[in-house]
Design a protein around this ligand. Sequence first.
Ligand SMILES: *Cc1c(COP(=O)(O)O)cnc(C)c1O
Length: 237
Amino acid sequence: MHPIIENINLIKQRIANACAGCGRRAEDVKLLLATKTVNAEKIRIAFSAGETLMGENKVQELKEKYEDLKSIPHQTHFIGHLQTNKIKEVLKYVNCIQSVDRIELARKLNDRLAFEQRTMEIFIQVNTSYEDSKFGIAPEQAVDFAQEVSRLERLQIKGLMTIGLFSAEQEKVRKCFELLKTLQHEMLDKGIEAHELSMGMSHDLETAIEEGATIVRVGTAIFGERIYPDSYYWNEK
Ligand SMILES: *Cc1c(COP(=O)(O)O)cnc(C)c1O
């Protein structure tokens, strides 16, 4: 069996175990393949194992892999920092943008979608770890922000996304996920249909599932270590 497929099976097992441990159903947690730096050939192998959801961080990579993957039914989410000058381009390649984190971006996305006469599913990205290196709206502003975004007709809020604190101490990481869930409940109370929680990666997916993740985003544990540090993908430079 190809190592990528073996790794996917291991991740599925981790998801199933985590769900069993907290009384959730494994089918309620979707696996998103975080495919930054991974070539189309490897992504095809993952799709051949039955996976159907991928996430990219850079518009350039979306573009490079698009032709090679378009014949295989799948969904693509954008999970990286989105610059407003890339909006027109990103809309050619994705089904959902998980990283909406500022009003200027939301408004410009909405304007472009109106021009194209279409709509887009989005997630609100929240900076639950308060680290400067991470994008996302500040937790204190997240509910107001979601209300503003919910008034933009072309954007459909599906849920919230966060990147947990990078720490070996799972209880600190858990605080981030708890915070996202708390914000979600405040939004649901206000009638914002943010039912999905996209949280949890290779090293913390169990904690995220225990806190209610409906999408876990996994790269390294499936495709191996990347050469570039993640900060390269999370910064504008
Ligand atoms: C790279 C990335 C992931 C996956 O991280 P791994 O540690 O490789 O599993 C998840 N979410 C985002 C936003 C990413 O950029």
